[in-house]
Write a protein that binds this ligand. Sequence first.
Ligand SMILES: [Zn+2]
Ligand SMILES: [Zn+2]
Length: 329
Amino acid sequence: MRKLLLRNVGDGLNLIINNKDHHDLTIDFGGDENIHCYGYFDDSFLLSHFHADHYNGILNCNHHRHWDLQNFYYPAMPAFTESKRFFMSLLTMNIRISNNHPIQNTIFDYVKRLNRRPLNFRAVSKGDIVVCGERKYEILWPPQELVEEDALIDIRNAIRDFEEARESDRQLSRIYQNISRRYAEVENINNAEIESPNDTDRLTEFDGELSEIVQKANKSLRKAANRLSIAFRQDDNILFLGDLESREINSVVVDLVNNHNIVYDILIAAHHGTHWHRSLNSINANICLASIGQTLKGNVKYEYKGISNKLVRTDEWGDIIITKRDRVR
Ligand SMILES: [Zn+2]
Ligand SMILES: [Zn+2]
């Protein structure tokens, strides 16, 4: 019997955790290999964060009414002073660089079309419990409110880089105007109506080249978005660290240690196995998994070997199947 499947998608992630009966929890669906819309997702989907290597598979699917999902979870934007501006900056940059995909809205739209039935979209953050096939998944990150000074500094820098880019890039500035209009009345961006992206579509025409200043802003925004990706645990079975940066790994691990939740059957290493914080030395896992492709494979943190009995990577192993008895196939 299968406990989970980590598919070899190259640079990206697609993890399917099998719970009772057909109640699966699928985490992310993106990568640069093997992401054709082969199959069928059941019960619940959790998108760890809005980065293309975690969702582009969804946008590649054009089968209608193919999936049978009941729930779609995604990371809530934590509360902090500039959260709305940060959200709008991210959304604007997403649209600018991804050839007319206003990411958030487009993903939700696609999922709605791909699914056989209406489904629930729910933004989750630390403390929330997601139940799937009688298993409880405790969300460990992002926090409801962001107070970590380092993260806030990073986010402010990203917003500043974005503002600079907006001044020099006409398309960016036009998209931002449109986005600001659309979200002007919205108080809580986590409850924002999911609209059709058509009006935004018309605005953008990606020319395939980005100035250095736009690339810089994109990079800072990306890093800041990693900081807000979902991490969760499922009892002492699975610990999933998303694409967290090292500071956030530390925050998550400190909580785990305080609650004595330090031993796991399976650990999914942070950011494709390339992000690490020394606090992880207090965590112990039987099997550590890394979903990694050609771009990042040189950056794997071998420290993960020190906290697990076995480190298994998709670039070496291919699709990784873990059986109920924790055997790797
Ligand atoms: Zn990633
Ligand atoms: Zn990421």
